[in-house]
Design a protein around this ligand. Structure first.
Ligand code: KET
Length: 398
């Protein structure tokens, strides 16, 4: 009966986790999946989260279904973080927001909505992008194409090519964008470049879909949301998927949000209703624990402030690791240019290693990165950074 079912080749990112766990090398280092580890290599529980969890009343309280859209405080938390606290677009009721199962759930519900209501639209993602972007949109029967983004030879953004490509897209085509900390390259557009991209999107009547999974890890909470807020200022309608997995270190709780900015409050109400219906027919409603934590941390002023400080602590440690890695590599391989390591933002560094070099790092040194050469810098710490740098030197020297 099931002989015609294809074997699953495994996920390029999640598959690495299993391989890493099975590796008996005592020096192994996991730089594959985008997870933040602290200075001694542990996944942190943020202090603001600990306080929120202590506040969540009796652990044996009843557990009703949440609303399809999740907790109102979770939704409000997403909105204030993305668009700015109580800004006009929120006061006008023009943003339809639902709480989702992580950033992935937001992308899925958003893509289902687009498939249903804009069936002619194609979706264009950056070349390269997070592999699951393509899988999620294709999984909703949407045709996916790629716009030029990153030039491996020069470690820079192919901005002119990107613009001329987007200028040729058709009305209502979806352009998937990373507002900050581009995954996998770490290379972000400047504010001037964002202005230009959004101009083209407006002229061509395209639909921007902004996926933000690393807010606070780039520059700061507000400037990381520049592209989103600028699009709102320009009067654009847009989709925003956000994830709290990384910036609240709540990976397994599956917390995120999907927001759709609409021209009018009436349209936002219609969209909100349809998003609820999408959720109902896929999974009915989100789980409650993570949503309660998001609600508490985002809406208590003191905890929110503490949270921002904790995110900036993670951001700064990653930046310090970038500098350290770069300096060890430079002193061992003075003929190579490693400037890209400190030019890139967020958790990832796109190293440009060949698949063979990535494979050697794994088999000879137990250093795991994604086969497209993406390294999660947030997995480096003072105890392993020299080991990783020296392993990279070994595979890079000829
Ligand atoms: N968007 C982007 C850009 C992203 O990097 C991730 C996760 C997500 C959405 C998903 O967020 P979540 O809240 O976990 O559903 N990326 C890391 C983990 C993964 O591959 O699932 C990663 O790239 O390693």
């Amino acid at each position: 009966m099931f002989e015609r079912i294809d074997y699953y080749a495994g996920d390029p990112i999640l598959g690495l986790v299993d391989k890493f766990v099975a590796d008996s090398n005592p020096n192994k280092v996991n730089l594959g999946i985008g997870i933040y580890y602290d200075k001694v290599g542990n996944m942190p529980v943020l202090d603001c989260v600990k306080t929120a969890e202590q506040r969540i009343a009796d652990p044996i309280s009843p557990r009703p279904y949440l609303p399809m859209a999740g907790l109102p405080g979770h939704r409000k938390g997403c909105q204030n973080l993305l668009f700015g606290k109580d800004t006009q677009v929120l006061k006008d009721g023009r943003v339809a927001t639902i709480a989702t199962l992580g950033g992935s759930g937001a992308l899925k519900v958003g893509a289902e909505f687009i498939h249903e209501w804009f069936p002619q639209s194609k979706c264009y993602v950056s070349d390269p992008t997070w592999s699951n972007h393509i899988a999620i949109f294709e999984g909703c029967d949407i045709e996916v194409g790629e716009y030029p983004y990153y030039d491996k030879a020069t470690n820079s953004i192919r901005f002119d090519d990107m613009i001329s490509f987007i200028e040729k897209l058709n009305k209502n085509d979806v352009v998937l964008l990373h507002p900050c900390c581009h995954n996998p390259t770490g290379m972000d557009l400047t504010q001037e470049q964002w202005d230009k991209v959004l101009d083209v999107i407006k002229q061509r009547e395209l639909i921007p879909f902004m996926d933000i999974a690393y807010q606070g890890f780039g520059d700061n909470m507000d400037s990381d949301a520049y592209a989103i807020r600028k699009a709102v200022d320009m009067g654009l309608s847009l989709f925003v998927s956000n994830s709290f997995s990384k910036n609240l270190s709540l990976y397994g709780e599956r917390v995120g949000g999907l927001s759709v900015v609409c021209p009018t409050a009436d349209e936002a109400e219609r969209v909100f209703g349809q998003l609820n219906f999408m959720v109902r027919r896929i999974y009915t409603s989100p789980p409650s624990h993570g949503g309660r934590v998001v609600d508490i941390v985002m809406n208590d002023e003191q905890l929110h402030q503490q949270w921002v400080g904790e995110v900036y602590g993670m951001r700064d440690r990653i930046k310090a690791m970038r500098m350290k890695l770069k300096s060890v590599l430079e002193s061992n391989l003075p003929d190579h240019n490693f400037d890209y390591i400190t030019h890139q933002n967020g958790m990832f560094s796109f190293t440009g290693l060949t698949p063979e070099q990535v494979e050697r790092l794994q088999s000879e040194f137990g250093v795991y990165m994604v086969s497209n050469s993406r390294m999660c810098v947030a997995g480096l710490n003072v105890n392993n950074v020299d080991y990783v740098a020296n392993a990279m030197v070994e595979v890079l020297k000829v």
